[in-house]
Design a protein. Structure first.
Length: 440
């Protein structure tokens, strides 16, 4: 009889409880797949299990995650506490330092400290796995690290935050306010404890920084990610996007460009008919372009059952003795990424202007665009805006009209300069809305 893999679990929240349940309820199936039992033997948690069906009465209890992490009675420390600081960081360091395998779902920890932790794991010979840290149940870490091990990846991008996708979907389909949809996402348990991480794009930034490293063989460089959240997206933008054949999604995008590796998170226009454009609600999607093939993975990015499936998959690998370097190659072989600044980003843009409804406005806008060599694919003037002063006299003071421009491929610097001129000319009533268009 092969000895079981003994698991110590820190954190019994939504994901921790789901992992504990899966290890018990799928015990026989997991033993068959792994060739040995995977037994949960110990835990550390401040609070009782979030799921009352989880019975911890027969497990050894530790008051401190670090004490559990270094206890000789476990073979693998599973960190599901969350957060980039302590106790998550210190307990993972303690485990790896002691040569103990670690499995974690902690994207903030990996994004901020992944390079150092990968080195520490290598030094002590410990396995370090984090499939659940990116896109919950979608096996994208394994896909990049192993499935595409021989391919050259040019771009990886996707919807990596279920809360934002849920909010953008609900706002459009149910004509509801941003705040109302956010509240519902929180109630359903998708959002982070502090939802600013979701809607401000920081959660997505952590995840794309990890994918960038796996895709391009570079050190994780989360500071290089350009981050914009979804707070400025209005129902009018979502509707206009729809009329023009697009959906607006919060994307994390990493690509190789002539200027280096570009990493960015921002609301993005994607074609309605693309696979990513069809991924709505709380679902996540990750698209990978490589010389071998392009593929899109779609699935749940959050929630107990999905995320626990990824944690348990890492445990099965460990139990079978399948390990690989945490970031896909030896830490010393990871390249320092060259940062491609957002100012050099190239692509199409959606621009929404609150244009003053008077002669010369369109001419000024067109002139500013032409001066920067920006070619326009479409110009739409929407008529819903009221003319507060009414009347037919073109010289009378009128309210702003919504003008939407879609540009052909240009670059960020040029667009920013043109918009600065338009604002200086005094032909718009508020700061322009700018949304990048991503080719699928
Ligand atoms: N708050 C995250 C989301 C949870 O909404 O996707 C998973 O990381």
């Amino acid at each position: 009889m092969v000895a079981p893999l003994r698991v110590g679990l820190a954190g019994l929240g939504t994901v921790g409880s789901a992992v504990a349940r899966m290890l018990v309820e799928s015990r026989d199936q997991l033993a068959e797949r792994a060739g040995r039992p995977i037994d949960l033997v110990a835990f550390a948690a401040k609070d009782p299990p979030r799921d009352p069906k989880v019975d911890v009465s027969k497990l050894k209890k530790f008051d401190s995650p670090s004490a559990l992490a270094t206890d000789g009675g476990i073979d693998v420390f599973v960190e599901l506490l969350g957060g980039e600081g302590d106790p998550a960081k210190s307990s993972v360091e303690a485990a790896l330092g002691a040569g103990r395998a670690v499995v974690t779902a902690n994207k903030a920890l990996i994004a901020r400290h992944g390079n150092a932790l990968a080195k520490l794991a290598e030094k002590s010979g410990a396995s370090f796995a984090f499939e659940a840290a990116v896109a919950g149940g979608i096996p994208v870490v394994k896909t990049l690290r192993e499935g595409l091990g021989g391919a050259k990846v040019g771009r990886v991008y996707g919807i990596l935050n279920g809360t934002c996708n849920y909010i953008l979907t609900k706002m459009l389909t149910e004509q509801r306010s941003f705040a109302d949809c956010l509240k519902e996402a929180q109630r359903l348990g998708y959002a982070e404890a502090d939802p600013t991480f979701d809607i401000g794009g920081f959660d997505t930034a952590h995840k794309i920084a990890i994918l960038t490293s796996l895709a391009f063989g570079t050190e994780i460089d989360v500071e290089a990610v350009h981050v914009e959240g979804i707070e400025t997206i209005t129902l009018a933008d979502l509707q206009a996007a729809g009329e023009l054949g697009y959906k607006i999604k919060l994307l994390g995008v990493a690509s190789r460009t002539d200027a280096g590796i570009e990493q960015r998170v921002h609301p993005t226009m994607v074609p309605k008919g693309s696979v990513i454009g069809g991924v709505d609600g709380v679902l996540n999607a990750v698209a990978i372009d490589s010389d071998a093939m392009g593929l899109v993975l779609v699935g749940p990015g959050a929630g107990g059952p999905a995320t626990s499936a990824s944690v348990v998959a890492d445990l099965v690998d460990l139990a079978c003795g399948r390990t690989s370097p945490a970031l896909g190659r030896a830490a010393a072989r990871l390249a320092k990424p060259t940062r491609a600044p957002i100012q050099r980003h190239e692509g199409g843009y959606y621009i929404r202007l609150a244009a003053l409804d008077r002669p010369g406005t369109m001419a000024a806008i067109a002139k500013a665009m032409a001066a920067e060599n920006i070619s326009l694919e479409s110009i739409v003037q929407r008529h819903e805006t009221a003319r507060p002063h009414g009347g037919d006299d073109p010289k009378s003071a009128a309210g702003p009209a919504t003008v939407i421009l879609i540009t052909y491929a240009t670059n960020e610097d040029a667009v920013r300069r043109a918009l600065a001129v338009i604002e200086r000319e005094g032909v718009v009533a508020e700061a322009p809305q700018l949304i990048r268009i991503e080719k699928s």
